[in-house]
Design a protein around this ligand. Sequence first.
Ligand code: SAM
Length: 438
Amino acid sequence: METVKIEKIVNRGYGLGRLKDGKVVFVEGAYPGEEVIVRLTLQKSDHAFAEVVSVVNGSEDRVKPRCKYFRNCGGCHWMDLKYEKQLEYKREVLKDLFTREKINVEIPPVEGSDLAFHYRTKMEFHFEGEKLGLRKRNSNVVVDVRRCEISPEPFNEVLEVVRDAVKVLKIPIYDWEERAGVLKHLVLRYAFSTDQLMVIFVTKTENFPWGKELKQALLRKIPGIHSIVHVMNSKDSVVLRGPYRTIHGEGVITEEFDWEKFQIPPTAFFQSNYSITAKLMRHVFEELQLKGNEFVLDLYAGVGTFSIRISYQCQRVIAVESSKVAVKAAKANANINGRRNVEAVEGDVLAFLKSYDGRADKVVLDPPRGGAGKEVMRELLRLSPERIVYVSCDPPTLIRDLKVLLEGGYSLVSLKAFDMFPHTYHIETVATLAREVS
Ligand SMILES: C[S@@+](CC[C@H](N)C(=O)[O-])C[C@H]1O[C@@H](n2cnc3c(N)ncnc32)[C@H](O)[C@@H]1O
C-alpha cells in the first residue's frame, strides 16, 4: 500500500498519480488534489492500476453517494462527486486527450443532463443464482441490486416483482460457467415522453413456458406496463440480440421529440438519455448546416434517430444500419413521420461505402464504442462530403478516426460534449468537420 497524490483526472475516470518510484498509477475512485492510500490491482512495466483503500485528504467536491451499491456495482463511477464537477472533469478529460494528440480545438462546457438521476432509457440487469442486478466493474460477478438510482422509478418496481416471481415459479437461472439453464437477463426500456414501459426477458433457450405467469405477476402489481417481450439469445457475448415474441402489449414503445415520433423495438439501439438525445438531435441538425438540396448519409443510423430530423431540410437521407430490426423500425419511423425522402439500408457501413458512388454532400455517423475505424474514414475521404458530423461515445476511438480525416484535408470546426451518462466516466462527443477549400 502506498500514499498517492492525485494530479489529474484521465480517460475512463481514473485519478492519475505517481508511485514512490515515479511510475504512473491510475487510481479508481480518486479525484484531483486528493491524497489517498491505494492498493495496487495491476502492475505493468510503465504504469499501474490501483484502488483506494482510504482517503487521507479528500476533495471538497465529494458528496455522499445516493446509492448503497456504489463502488461495489460497476454501473456508476462518479456518484460520490458533485454533478457540476463531473461535467467539469469530462471536459478536462477531453482537453487532455486532444492536447496530447496535438489537435487544437475549443472545448466548450459539457452540456448537462436535465435529469442527473433516473435518466436511463434502458437498463440491462443480469440473473446469477439468486441475484438479479448489475455487474461489478471489469468483472462478470453480479451485484444483487434492489434499487438503482440511475434507472427510472418503474424499473425498481419491476426488479422487485420479477425477483419474487422468478423464485416462486422456480425458473431455472442460466449458469454462466456450466452454460446450462434458461433465464439470463432482464432488460427494461422506458419511453419518457409517453410513459411507456417495456419488460424484456432474455433467455438462453427457445423454450420459455413461464411467460403467462410472469405477465400475470407483473400486471397485477404494475398494471400500466406497456409491453412484455421474450428474447431468445443463445449467444453469451451480447445481451440483447436474437428473435423475440411479444407476451403482452404492442411489442414496441414510442418516444416523441419536438418534431418526430420513434417506434423502438425491443432489440434495437436507442440513446440512453432522453433529454440529452433531444439536445443531440438539435445539435447534429444545426452542425450539418443543411441548405435543402443535399444528399446526406446517416451512418450507423439505428431506428433513424437523426435521419428523420435531417430529412426535413435536405433532398435525401440514406440511413445505413446493420441491425435488421433497427432498419425495419427506421423504415416504419420514416412512414410514421411522413418522410418520403429517407431510405433505410440494411448493411455494414464499410461494405456499403465501398460500393457507394452516389452523392454524399454531408455525412453524420454515430458508430458503437469501437468507433468507425480508419477504413471507413478513408471511404469518407473518397466521397469527400462538405461536412461530417461524427457522434461518438468513446473519445479515444473518435480521436483515432479524426486523425485520418484531419490528415486527409478536413478541419475540425467544433467539438461539443453531452452528458449522456451522468455518474459514469462515459463521454458523448460530437465533432464537426468541414472539407478544406483547396
Ligand atoms: C451508437 S448506435 C447509434 C444509432 C443511432 N444513430 C441513434 O442515434 O439512435 C450505433 C448503431 O450502429 C449499428 N452498427 C454497429 N456496427 C455497424 C456496422 N458495422 N454497420 C452498420 N451499422 C452498425 C448498431 O446496430 C447501432 O444501431
